[in-house]
Design a protein around this ligand. Structure first.
Ligand code: ZN
Ligand code: ZN
Length: 278
């Protein structure tokens, strides 16, 4: 079994419209790409901040300028396709109850929980760059993984997205000097307690860092904590479906991981990890 659950039907460009990308033709392009890559389980997880309803959770200016679509229209559209229905939802500290209300009102197959922001600043968005100004690496990494821990522990999500996203810029941003496992520790403890699935994402290979999320060190700690893994590309284009899955499968194989998570109606089971076709 190969899955690709964390994917987006449209690019992260504010000028794209739902009408252009939420179409049967576009879904067919993703399905054809999945078949070519040997991906059997395909689901879409659009960013929550694309939807008007997300403004109940947070009023960050980036969300205010993006929150235009109707979440229920999205759910209805996806339910009319062969795709599993997911959503990528940011963990917003203090908005746990409102997040639960938003998620529980819809019949998602799975919810991907993300941390993109530390306070009002983003770890992966140039317009709100956490590294502008002081950007002390110890502080940024510590706060990022503490938020990730809260995200896991919230119990709101099924899959923990791109778990070490803070490294996205690679060598263009400073790295902490101490052993990175020191920063992973609180997040791995929360993963162990919560039982959340940890995403292995090939998206990092397309970013300046040029690595899978998570790092080998983080993944080894997750294995010690008996965490299950979910596999995704975080595709924003059809040609990115199953992107570099040979690398991800090799990574999981080398760690001795033999099963990955499959979701339906927010129920999880484990299936044998497949091998990439072609
Ligand atoms: Zn994300
Ligand atoms: Zn994503």
């Amino acid at each position: 079994m190969l899955t690709d659950y964390h994917l987006h039907l449209r690019p992260d460009d504010e000028n794209t419209t739902a009408e252009r990308f939420f179409t049967a033709e576009n879904v067919d392009r993703y399905l054809a790409a999945a078949e070519a890559a040997g991906v059997e389980e395909l689901g879409v997880s659009e960013h929550v901040y694309r939807f008007q309803q997300a403004l109940d959770l947070w009023r960050h200016p980036l969300w205010e300028s993006n929150g235009q679509d109707d979440l229920d229209a999205y759910c209805d559209f996806v339910r009319g396709t062969p795709l599993k229905l997911g959503i990528e939802c940011d963990f917003i500290p203090g908005a746990e109850d409102r997040t639960a209300t938003l998620l529980e009102a819809r019949d998602f197959d799975y919810v991907v929980g993300s941390v993109h922001f530390i306070g009002d600043e983003a770890v992966d968005h140039p317009g709100w760059d956490v590294w502008e100004g002081s950007g002390d690496p110890d502080e940024v990494w510590r706060r990022y993984f503490e938020s990730l821990a809260e995200c896991a522990r919230s119990g709101l999500f099924d899959i923990l997205a791109h778990p070490d996203l803070v490294k996205v810029w690679g060598g263009t941003r400073p790295l902490p000097e101490r052993d990175l496992r020191f920063f992973y520790e609180p997040a791995v403890a929360a993963i162990a307690e919560s039982g959340i699935a940890v995403e292995v994402s090939t998206a990092g290979l397309r970013k300046p860092v040029g690595e899978l999320y998570p790092s080998r060190g983080f993944a080894e700690m997750c294995i010690e904590a008996s965490a299950p893994f979910a596999l995704s590309s975080d595709a924003h284009l059809p040609e990115q479906v199953g992107f570099a899955y040979d690398r991800a499968v090799e990574f999981l194989d080398s760690l001795g991981v033999e099963e990955i998570c499959v979701f339906e109606q927010r129920q999880r089971h484990l299936a044998p990890l497949g091998s990439r076709v072609g």
